[in-house]
Design a protein around this ligand. Structure first.
Ligand code: 5GP
Ligand code: ZN
Length: 112
């Protein structure tokens, strides 16, 4: 996926404020934060969204959530919202799977 910005961040071709990185996942600060802490957790592998994930991605999807939990713990964040917008109609603007980890303010429920 040559023109995918999150693939470029994962491969180091594009700069981002990276908080955590391993062979499967990257965590970096959102460019336009919507909360005092707003991180994005992405797979290194290009998967468009949760709908596009396949059975073979099951462990990777689990790892992304565990990575979110691990980073939150390391940052001393106990309460947070972990969200994935799936599809343009649900607010997905970057077509590379990502979880938003947001914390540091009150969140409405149901989500807006
Ligand atoms: P979505 O709307 O797809 O759920 O979320 C995409 C997120 O990516 C948005 O919160 C947006 O601010 C963030 N974003 C878009 N382009 C960049 C970028 O180049 N760098 C970083 N760090 N975040 C980005
Ligand atoms: Zn990508």
């Amino acid at each position: 996926m040559n023109d995918c910005i999150f693939c470029k961040i994962a491969s180091g071709q594009m700069r981002a404020q990276i908080i955590y990185q391993d062979e499967d996942a990257v965590v970096f600060k959102d460019l336009n934060p919507q909360a005092p802490t707003h991180l994005l957790i992405i797979p290194v592998k290009h998967i468009e969204n949760i709908s596009a994930a396949e059975q073979q991605d099951a462990a990777l999807l689990g790892k992304l959530q565990l990575t979110a939990a691990k980073v939150a713990k390391e940052l001393g964040i106990k309460d947070y919202r972990l969200v994935a917008n799936n599809g343009k109609g649900a607010g997905q603007t970057v077509l590379h799977l990502h979880y938003h980890l947001m914390a540091g303010r009150r969140f409405l429920w149901p989500a807006g």
